[in-house]
Design a protein around this ligand. Structure first.
Ligand code: DOR
Ligand code: ZN
Length: 351
């Protein structure tokens, strides 16, 4: 990466290590927003019904590939949804054939479409043991679902009650704590070894929980794990911009149509696929760490997953006029509101 001047940076093309694309008309409507900016993305399997088998992943991958706009070079990296009934042989075959890159653990009930997730970890041990022996990464939605646990504490409690015991049981399992939102998550990663990494979203670097609740309820700032208090946002910014190779970008860009967000029971999910790269340049500049952006967005992720780095480059430049982003993405299912940081962004793609 070169920081050519204070106003111009060139970096390897980024990847997104956590992305929701959905299916059907929504997939067709949003895929281009990712494939324009990213070379690869880890595709979340929480469809209805979920992507559970290698055959499901092949069929879903083919639907994604068919929807990529002409001229875009993009590789979807498929995941399987870990269930108590996941078949270790099917997982092994999918991995060895290059169909799947990782499995995803959703504790049952933790978030959107997570009902098929794991309730009893003993039942998932055969597949987890196989993954550990083959080096297949496990992407983890790290929140407990116990109704007695306050929603703002669910990540920290998950670390103590679920993640740490699992890692002690299977230390060689490669684990990615997805979309960490707390200082506790940052500290847990830092205290562990190379088999543990974490993704951080763009929006959790920008908003804290006030954004959701102050001055009225703002459904387009609501996601899971929910944004926490300011000290956690600051810890995430420090981790992302630190150069520590265990932290990397996973946008968790998660499209829901406006009618499902702006509702008495609104869905969790924030859409950042189209403006993430420019927003990150802003955040890293604010932290005096533009030289760390390439590591976070383009290097640490593939290195954790053992994949090659992207060869092509992008250049961003800071201009005096603000960048403009589509406020909504129109899809066949309806409009999807784009994350609005509510401050101007001066970083543009240089062309
Ligand atoms: O906010 C979220 N939205 N968090 C998740 O974990 C799931 C995602 C979705 O699928 O909409
Ligand atoms: Zn997600």
């Amino acid at each position: 990466m070169s920081v050519n001047s204070a106003n111009r940076i060139t970096l390897r093309r980024p990847d997104d290590w956590h992305l929701h694309l959905r299916d059907g008309d929504m997939l067709k409507g949003v895929i281009g927003e990712t494939s324009e900016h990213f070379a690869r993305a880890i595709i979340m399997p929480n469809l209805v019904p979920p992507v559970v088998t290698t055959a499901d992943a092949i069929a879903y991958r083919d639907r994604i590939t068919a929807a990529i706009p002409t001229g875009h070079e993009f590789t979807p990296l498929m995941t399987l949804y870990l269930t108590e009934g996941s078949n270790p042989d099917d997982v092994e075959e999918g991995y060895k054939n290059g169909v799947i890159t990782a499995l995803k653990l959703y504790p049952a009930g933790a978030t959107t479409n997570s009902d098929s997730g794991v309730r009893n970890f003993d039942k998932a041990m055969p597949v987890l043991e196989r993954m550990a022996s083959l080096g297949i990464p496990l992407c983890v939605h790290g929140e407990v679902t116990d109704p007695d646990i306050d929603i703002f504490d669910r990540e920290a409690v998950f670390i103590d009650r679920v993640l740490d015991p699992l890692r002690k049981r299977l230390p060689e399992l490669r684990v990615i704590m997805e979309h960490i939102t707390t200082e506790d998550g940052v500290e847990y990663v830092k205290a562990n070894d190379k088999n543990l990494g974490a993704t951080i979203t763009t929006h959790h670097l920008i908003i804290n929980r006030n954004a959701i609740l102050v001055g009225g309820i703002h459904p387009h700032f609501y996601c899971l794990p929910v944004a926490k208090r300011e000290k956690h946002r600051l810890a995430l910014r420090k981790a992302a911009t630190s150069g520590d190779v265990r932290f990397f970008l996973g946008t968790d860009s998660a499209p829901h149509t406006d009618d499902r967000k702006e509702s008495a029971c609104g869905c969790a999910g924030i859409f950042t696929a189209n403006n993430t790269v420019q927003l990150l340049a802003h955040v890293f500049e604010q932290e005096g760490a533009l030289d760390k952006l390439e590591g976070f967005a383009s290097i640490n992720g593939p290195q954790f997953y053992g994949l090659p780095l992207n060869g092509d480059k992008i250049t961003l430049e800071k201009r005096t006029e603000p960048a403009s982003f589509a406020a909504k993405i129109e899809t066949g299912d309806g409009p999807v509101t784009v994350f609005n940081p509510e401050f101007p962004i001066y970083w543009h793609y240089a062309d």
